[in-house]
Ligand binder design. Structure first.
Ligand SMILES: [Fe+2]
Ligand SMILES: [Fe+2]
Ligand SMILES: [Fe+2]
Length: 421
């Protein structure tokens, strides 16, 4: 029996931000650091609890629109003048999510310089104070040298921030920062592995648990953040979720299980955030070394969700999708008895979707080819034969449903594409 999903927004966003930060070792913990600095600044500035939370959540996802490693490394330059497209992409992703309009605004302007007050506006729009807070927090975070003890760096960080008072940064926020910067515990919290010190209990209150509808919306937004990095994967997660849902319906699973399948489809490849986009877009077959690296992704999906209360079932259904019944899958080499029915269903859904999609090195396969491959894998004892039979018996219905869902994602992708290329 599966429990209904219940997870706090803070935990949910942290799963994704953890993966984004693992992409580049120099940016390790960047999103958490920005969230902590920004939330502390917001608290000291006397902002309401609701505003503190908005700033916290926006900080955890603020660079969701920086798709490539190159872009992320650019963001490390303290006084870079142009920050490109990533804030606008993040704004579009978050803005399409119900209830996230103000979070989207915060992220959109997180690189607007204060510029002696001219940064109160961008074009015709007012720039929220929260954006200036995230901006300052973001720039402080990139000044930290991970190889040195943090307290040795405080003077230099303060000097750099002071030199940009009224130029890059809102002067009042700089003064607030200085009142915090003199306290060692602030810096020690910032680099501590123990994240439980970072936010006050009020900032992580129970009322911020995502309900299911909310959760599906957020999961789709996060999946877009992953899939939109490449033309070839632009609707992959949505497609896997659709196939899994359709198969789940055909097998008569419970409503809770259907939601789990939907979410797992959206989450399953989150670990691919750590795979360079160049590898995913490579027009020829991957080398053996590249294959080894890419095969790490379900492990990353697993670790990002590890120890997150409320995501235990989702973690397994999402991250076991490359396991095989005979123990030849990866990365855990599970056997049939360790793989629940939903896990087995997710494995088939992923293969089905992948075979039906174009890849940089091959075009989509035909119905006959897909059925043959699935049947051969089932006969070899690698995937569940009953699920494969269900796929074959209902091929057109599954494919049509999946194509419709993928088409909707495509439309969103095409809208975004003008910004991407
Ligand atoms: Fe940024
Ligand atoms: Fe950033
Ligand atoms: Fe995968």
């Amino acid at each position: 029996m599966y429990k209904p999903i219940s997870v706090s927004l803070l935990d949910l966003f942290s799963v994704y931000s953890k993966l984004m930060d693992m992409m580049t070792p120099d940016l390790q913990n960047h999103h958490t650091e920005v969230a902590y600095i920004a939330t502390t600044l917001a608290t000291e500035a006397g902002l309401t609890l609701a505003a503190q939370k908005q700033i916290n959540y926006a900080s955890l996802l603020h660079d969701i629109g920086a798709f490539t490693k190159g872009e992320r490394l650019e963001l490390l330059k303290f006084d870079l003048a142009q920050f490109g497209r990533h804030a606008e992409i993040a704004y579009r992703l978050l803005g399409a999510t119900k209830g996230f309009g103000s979070m989207a605004e915060l992220v959109r302007y997180h690189h607007i310089r204060w510029d002696e007050g001219r940064g109160r506006e961008a074009g015709q729009a007012a720039v929220p104070l929260g954006s200036h807070i995230i901006h300052l927090a973001d720039r402080i975070s990139v000044l930290i040298d991970k190889s040195k003890p943090i307290l040795f760096q405080v003077d230099e960080i303060c000097r750099r921030v002071r030199s940009e008072q009224n130029r890059m940064f809102n002067p009042e926020l700089v003064d607030i920062f200085f009142s915090i910067a003199s306290k060692e515990y602030f810096w020690l919290n910032l680099v501590s592995d123990d994240r439980t010190n970072l936010f006050s209990p009020q900032q992580i209150m129970l009322e911020d648990y995502a309900d299911i509808e909310n959760m599906l919306d957020i999961a789709q937004m996060l999946a877009y953040g992953l899939d939109f990095r490449s033309e070839y994967t632009a609707s992959h997660s949505i497609g896997v979720a659709a196939v899994a849902q359709k198969l789940g319906q055909l097998f008569g699973v419970t409503p809770e299980e259907l939601i789990l399948l939907h979410l797992a489809g959206l989450f399953h490849d989150f670990g691919k955030l750590l795979i360079p986009i160049e590898t995913i877009n490579k027009p020829v077959r991957l080398t053996e070394e590249e294959m080894i690296l890419i095969k790490q992704h379900p492990y990353f999906t697993y670790t990002a969700m590890n120890n997150v209360a409320g995501l235990e079932d989702l973690k397994e259904i999402s991250s076991f999708h490359h396991e095989k019944l005979d123990g030849t899958g990866y990365p855990f080499h599970l056997k049939a008895e360790d793989m629940s029915f939903l896990v087995q269903l997710m494995c088939v859904s992923d293969i089905f979707t992948a075979l039906a999609e174009d890849r940089p090195y091959r075009t989509a396969m035909s119905k006959d080819q897909i059925c043959l491959i699935l049947q051969e894998m089932a006969a070899a004892g690698k995937i569940n034969a009953a699920i494969v039979q269900m796929c074959i018996d209902n091929f057109n219905a599954i494919k049509t449903y999946s194509l419709c869902q993928k088409e909707l994602a495509r439309i969103d992708y095409e809208r975004m594409k003008k910004l991407l290329y």
